[in-house]
Design a protein around this ligand. Structure first.
Ligand code: UDP
Length: 238
């Protein structure tokens, strides 16, 4: 069995990760299945996994041009994260994992309410805990939901799964001279305006010294490499 560096993690995935950037579909079944395999590999190795999923592939309150008022749009965005959570739950259960979907807003027929002690108990029992509806409040993002839950569930690491291998000095898709930061401090990331997470989420991590690793979730085996201390992505720490 692989040696885990991080025993309990929270994985933050954006909603758009689920459609692979293809706006003509909401969820790409191949990507969903691949993510499930990645997650199973670390659960099988004994890692306790909580997942916070975004809703950007379906609806974003603040940036939608729908004319819908902000607060209503934000609740719609939160509902979108529950839909994505249900999709991940289904994919994980299909390959034999035990899961629980916990929501920050009440949707009792499909998800348990988020209760911190209960979530921790599920993790201890080896169930993958999927956290829907972000913080449960408008004016927040799922990055903030991820930072909040990471802290209250006592995880050892907040993982931000993206389609880029970490944080770069410039956009590597536009600038070939861009280099990856292996490690960066919270303060440096803020002063360089690196936009790893929104400021609310970032402030919460900094204040509570929650380490963050930004890594490429689309490369097979990467999640396992990160939780076993492999050298990839960018570590944000003190
Ligand atoms: N949202 C919210 N409060 C939260 C989390 C999310 O109001 O605590 C809403 C907000 O409108 C947000 C949308 O849900 O735009 C989807 O979440 P997010 O934009 O973080 O998803 P991602 O960009 O990760 O796909």
């Amino acid at each position: 069995m692989s040696q885990l560096k991080y025993k309990r993690i929270l994985l933050k995935l954006s909603g758009e990760a689920l459609n692979g950037g293809d706006k003509s579909q909401i969820i790409n079944s191949d990507i969903l299945a691949q993510y499930a395999i990645e997650i199973k590999s670390v659960v099988d190795a004994g890692c306790e996994v909580a997942i916070v999923i975004g809703g950007g592939n379906i609806f974003r309150g603040a940036s939608s041009n729908s004319g819908i008022e902000r607060e209503q749009g934000d609740y719609m965005g939160m509902m979108a994260t529950v839909i994505n959570g249900m999709a991940i739950q289904s994919a994980l259960e299909k390959i034999g994992l035990h899961t629980r979907l916990l929501s920050a807003i009440k949707v009792e027929q499909v998800a348990e309410p988020f209760i911190r002690r209960r979530a921790i108990r599920h993790l201890e029992k080896g169930r993958v805990v999927i956290l829907g509806a972000g913080t449960g409040n408008p004016y927040f993002s799922t990055d903030s939901g991820g930072a909040l839950r990471a802290n209250e569930l006592g995880v050892n690491l907040l993982l931000k799964g993206t389609s880029v291998d970490g944080v770069y000095t410039a956009d590597p898709r536009k600038d070939p001279t861009a280099t990856r930061y292996k490690q960066i401090s919270y303060d440096e990331a803020i002063s360089k305006n690196l936009k790893i997470m929104d400021l609310t989420a970032f402030a919460l991590c900094k204040e509570n010294k929650m380490p963050i690793i930004v890594f490429d979730m689309n490369q097979e085996g990467n999640l396992m490499k990160v939780v076993t201390g492999g050298d990839l992505g960018t570590l944000v720490t003190e």
